[in-house]
Design a protein around this ligand. Structure first.
Ligand SMILES: C[S@@+](CC[C@H](N)C(=O)[O-])C[C@H]1O[C@@H](n2cnc3c(N)ncnc32)[C@H](O)[C@@H]1O
Length: 369
C-alpha cells in the first residue's frame, strides 16, 4: 500500500466513521494488513479495529484488490457498515466498517485519474486503446483503467478527448491532433514517440478513435513497437462503422433487409467503393468511412457498379457528439443535399435499404437540426 492510499483510507474512516481523528500508537494508524485488504488500528482503547477493504465489482474474497493502490485511482471513497456487504463476512478480524471506492457498481465511475508516475526499469508497454466514436462513455472498462495507470497518453483527434481533462497533471499528453490534410504528427513520428517513451520505461496509452485495427493504423503502430522490442497490448474499441449509424437509428444489418455489411475506406479514391459494390449483393449494407471529400464521385461509382440510383443513403456526421446530424437521401441526390447542408467530416455514409429503418427506430443520440 502506498502512503497516499493509506492517508486517504484514514481520512474516510475519520470523517465518515469515527467522526474524530484516529489515535496513533507506535505504529501508524493505517497500514497494510494483508495483501488484499487494509486494516486500520485505532489505538484509543487498545482493542478496537476498523477494517478497510475495497469492494470493486463483485467481491468473492479472492477478487479483492489492495485499497491503497486503488485509493489513488478513485476520487471518491465511501465508508459502509460491514453488515451491508455479506461478501466481507469471511474476514477473521473484527471488521466493523469497510472503505470502498465508489465505482461502476455505485456511481458508474471508473478510474481515469492516476496520481503518480510508474516509470520502471526496462521498457513500458504500449496499449493501443480503442476509444470508441467520441463519447466518453463508449470506451471499454479496460481502456478506462489503463488510462488511470498510464504515464503517457498519445491521443488522436477523434478519440474521446473529454477523458483527457480528468487525467492527473503528471500524465504527459501528446496530441497527434490529426485533421484531414493537417497531420500534426506524421505516422512515422507517432510510431517513434510510442517507442521512445516506452523505451524510457513509461507505460503508454495510445488513445485512438473507434477500434485501433479498423482503418486506424493500429497494426502499423504495433509492428513498430514489436520491431523495437516494446511490448504491445491491443484493447478493442467500438468502431464508428457500426456505432455511428446506430446513433442515428440505422442498424447495419436487419433481418429481411440486410444480412451483411461491408466497411469501406473512401480515403484513397473511389476504387475501393466501386469494388465493394460490385462484389456484394444489394442486401449488403455499405458503410463508407472517410467518405465526405469524395462523396459525389463515390455516389456515381456506386451507380456505375450496379446499385440503383434510388438506393437510400444516410450521412451521419459527428456521431455520439453534440454535433451529430443526419442527412438522408438517395444515391441520385445525396451529393447535392450534402453540399446544401455543408456536410463535413467526420461522417459515416450508410448505403442500403437499412437507412429506411431510421424512421421506425429514431436516433439514439441527440441530433442537431
Ligand atoms: C481514420 S478513420 C478511423 C476509424 C476508427 N478506427 C473506427 O474504428 O471508427 C476516421 C473515420 O471514421 C469515421 N468516424 C470516426 N468517428 C466518427 C464519429 N464520431 N462520427 C462520424 N464518423 C466518425 C469517419 O468516417 C472518419 O473519417
Amino acid at each position: 500500500m502506498n502512503d497516499w492510499g493509506a492517508a486517504k483510507v484514514r481520512e474516510v474512516i475519520e470523517t465518515q466513521y469515527l467522526k474524530r481523528p484516529l489515535l496513533d500508537g507506535p505504529a501508524p494508524a493505517a497500514y497494510a494488513w494483508r495483501r488484499d485488504h487494509v486494516g486500520v488500528h485505532d489505538q484509543s482503547d487498545g482493542r478496537k479495529y476498523v477494517g478497510a477493504a475495497p469492494t470493486v465489482g463483485r467481491v468473492s474474497g479472492t477478487v479483492l484488490h489492495r485499497i491503497g493502490d486503488l485509493a489513488d485511482q478513485y476520487e471518491h471513497l465511501e465508508a459502509v457498515p460491514v453488515g451491508e456487504d455479506p461478501a466481507l463476512e469471511p474476514f477473521r478480524f473484527p471488521v466493523q466498517y469497510v472503505v470502498r471506492p465508489q465505482t461502476d457498481e455505485h456511481t458508474g465511475e471508473l478510474p481515469v485519474r492516476a496520481t503518480r508516475s510508474r516509470r520502471r526499469e526496462g521498457p513500458g508497454t504500449v496499449h493501443l486503446v480503442g476509444g470508441g466514436p467520441g463519447d466518453d462513455g463508449l470506451i471499454t472498462v479496460r481502456g478506462r483503467r489503463l488510462l488511470a495507470t498510464a504515464d503517457v497518453v498519445v491521443v488522436d483527434r477523434l478519440a474521446p478527448r473529454g477523458l483527457l481533462e480528468r487525467l492527473a497533471d503528471d500524465v504527459e499528453v501528446i496530441d497527434c491532433g490529426k485533421t484531414p490534410g493537417h497531420h500534426q504528427l506524421t505516422q512515422d513520428q507517432i510510431n517513434a514517440v510510442l517507442v521512445e517513451r516506452a523505451l524510457q520505461g513509461y507505460d503508454v496509452v495510445r488513445l485512438k478513435g473507434g477500434d485501433p485495427f479498423v482503418l486506424g493504423r493500429g497494426g502499423e503502430e504495433a509492428l513498430a513497437c514489436h520491431a523495437a522490442g516494446v511490448p504491445v497490448e491491443v484493447v478493442p474499441g467500438v468502431t464508428s462503422a457500426v456505432s455511428v449509424p446506430a446513433a442515428a437509428g440505422i442498424p447495419v444489418t436487419h433481418r429481411g433487409i440486410a444480412s451483411s455489411f461491408a466497411l469501406v475506406s473512401a480515403h484513397d479514391g473511389v476504387g475501393a467503393v466501386e469494388l465493394a459494390a460490385s462484389e456484394h449483393p444489394t442486401t449488403t449494407t455499405l458503410a463508407l468511412l472517410m467518405g465526405v471529400r469524395l462523396l459525389r464521385d463515390s455516389a456515381a461509382a456506386l451507380v456505375t457498379a450496379g446499385r440503383a440510383a434510388s438506393t437510400p443513403v444516410a450521412i451521419v456526421e459527428g456521431g455520439w457528439t453534440p454535433r451529430q446530424r443526419t442527412t438522408v437521401g438517395t444515391l441520385a441526390d445525396i451529393a447535392d443535399l450534402a453540399e446544401a447542408r455543408a456536410v463535413g467530416s467526420p461522417a459515416v455514409l450508410v448505403v442500403g435499404d437499412v437507412v429506411t429503418m431510421r424512421t421506425q427506430l429514431g436516433a439514439f443520440a441527440p441530433e442537431r437540426p
